[in-house]
Design a protein around this ligand. Structure first.
Ligand SMILES: C[S@@+](CC[C@H](N)C(=O)[O-])C[C@H]1O[C@@H](n2cnc3c(N)ncnc32)[C@H](O)[C@@H]1O
Length: 389
């Protein structure tokens, strides 16, 4: 086989390769075009020669072969291995692992890009390039207060990354005021954008702001679009959008809509969005020695659909709308360098700050509710204790 025509993968089997396992491999091969997918027994290893494969067909073939040869060594690892490859093209139902880039190349891409203009909406931005040191007295602190006021005390261009999830305004009973999360939408966005104005000001040139926002169901406000539009109007560059798949199915099919009728089907979401914006430049400065994301995570996370379970300890921490630490960890490792300063202006019980502390970033977390700030401080101190143990 010509290695240049295939993506080569490998799976190691524990145990002896008996006759049943050999038959199982032959049977699996029989079901695929050898020009596209072949498994070769190589001692206790399986060499996979993969050009193009329909993953669902592969999974069902593996399970059928398994039924046929129940004593054969398990082959599910083959599917996992193929699935773990992050770079591929799509042709019909198949993932194409070789030459897909060449097939997609646009002739004269750079000239065409130059003619069209990249991120045209962010041209003529007003941002200064000079960055400033972050004030020591605010470093690694949880501050209780209104972010709009607290942030005014910081100089321009001193924060590397803002990561936050704003209050949602659909009536969550937050601590400071049981009715506060249900303003009229104009007031809500006016206040939110006043805080974001400050975030943009304190963000360094080349810094990133990542906002976790969910599609708003009950009031039909596409808040992720409204928020993105705001950042574009402020001339930030949209780096992209991450779909956070939470898999939290909620089966109230008719609660807000029709049942089995096109009259008013109600759309449901098991995911939220992370909108990623950059100030002035898509590239962020930082020393490569301080990039602490490993190759495997990088490969997986740049595929912008992240499956992460929602936070399950909200009762324990006494907050109704936390995001999980894993979400903050990924944002931090993918979008900031070790040693960077991370700001969360709606810090809640301090999940962003906890992740920052754990991963060698400095932080400033601000929340308006005293009780959340107390919990946040305790959580950050607990991480500190873990380090000392
Ligand atoms: C969605 S929650 C953030 C939860 C956080 N991500 C966590 O994991 O704990 C939004 C937070 O914004 C806070 N908040 C609302 N208005 C604020 C303001 N003007 N300044 C600071 N915090 C505010 C609320 O108290 C609430 O804790």
């Amino acid at each position: 086989m010509d290695p240049s025509r295939y993506r080569q993968l490998q799976v190691t089997w524990k145990g002896e390769i008996d006759e049943a396992s050999q038959h199982a491999v032959s049977e699996l091969n029989r079901r695929f075009d050898p020009d596209e997918f072949t498994v070769v027994l190589n001692g206790r290893k399986l060499d996979l020669w993969v050009r193009a494969v329909d993953l669902r067909a592969l999974a069902s073939a593996v399970s059928e072969v398994r039924k046929q040869y129940p004593t054969a060594l398990p082959m599910a690892k083959i599917v996992d291995e193929v699935e773990s490859v992050g770079s591929y093209g799509i042709r019909g139902r198949k993932r194409v692992f070789v030459d897909y880039n060449r097939e997609r190349k646009v002739v004269g891409r750079r000239t065409k890009e130059a003619r069209r203009g990249k991120h045209f909406y962010a041209k003529d931005h007003p941002f200064e390039r000079a960055n400033h040191p972050f004030p020591k007295e605010y470093e690694d602190r949880i501050v209780c207060g209104d972010s709009e006021d607290v942030l005014r005390a910081l100089p321009d261009n001193c924060v590397d990354l803002v990561f936050t999830s704003p209050p949602y305004n659909f009536g969550l009973a937050y601590q400071e005021d049981q009715d506060a999360d249900a303003f009229d939408w104009e007031s809500y966005f006016a206040k939110l954008f006043a805080v974001f104005d400050e975030c943009i000001r304190v963000l360094k040139f080349g810094g990133r702001i990542v906002v976790n926002v969910q599609p708003l169901f009950s009031d039909y406000i596409p808040s992720h679009h409204v928020i993105s539009r705001y950042f574009m109007d402020k001339r930030l560059i949209w780096k992209g959008e991450i779909l956070w798949e939470k898999h939290n199915y909620n089966c109230k099919y008719t609660a807000w809509g029709s049942w089995k009728s096109p009259s008013s089907p109600y759309l449901k979401y098991t995911w939220e969005f992370l909108e990623v914006f950059c100030k002035g430049d898509l590239r962020k400065s930082g020393q490569s020695a301080n990039a602490d994301i490993d190759a495997e995570s990088f490969k997986q996370w740049v595929v912008a659909k992240w499956s992460i379970a929602p936070e399950r300890r909200m009762k324990e921490f006494g907050h109704p709308a936390m995001f999980p630490e894993e979400l903050a960890r990924r944002v931090m490792l993918l979008f900031s360098f070790r040693g960077d300063l991370v700001l969360d202006p709606f810090a809640g019980v301090g999940t962003t700050c906890v992740a920052a502390r754990r991963h060698g970033r400095s932080f400033l977390g601000i929340d308006i509710a005293e009780e959340y700030c107390t919990t946040a401080k305790r959580r950050v101190a607990d991480v500190q204790m873990e380090f000392l143990r």
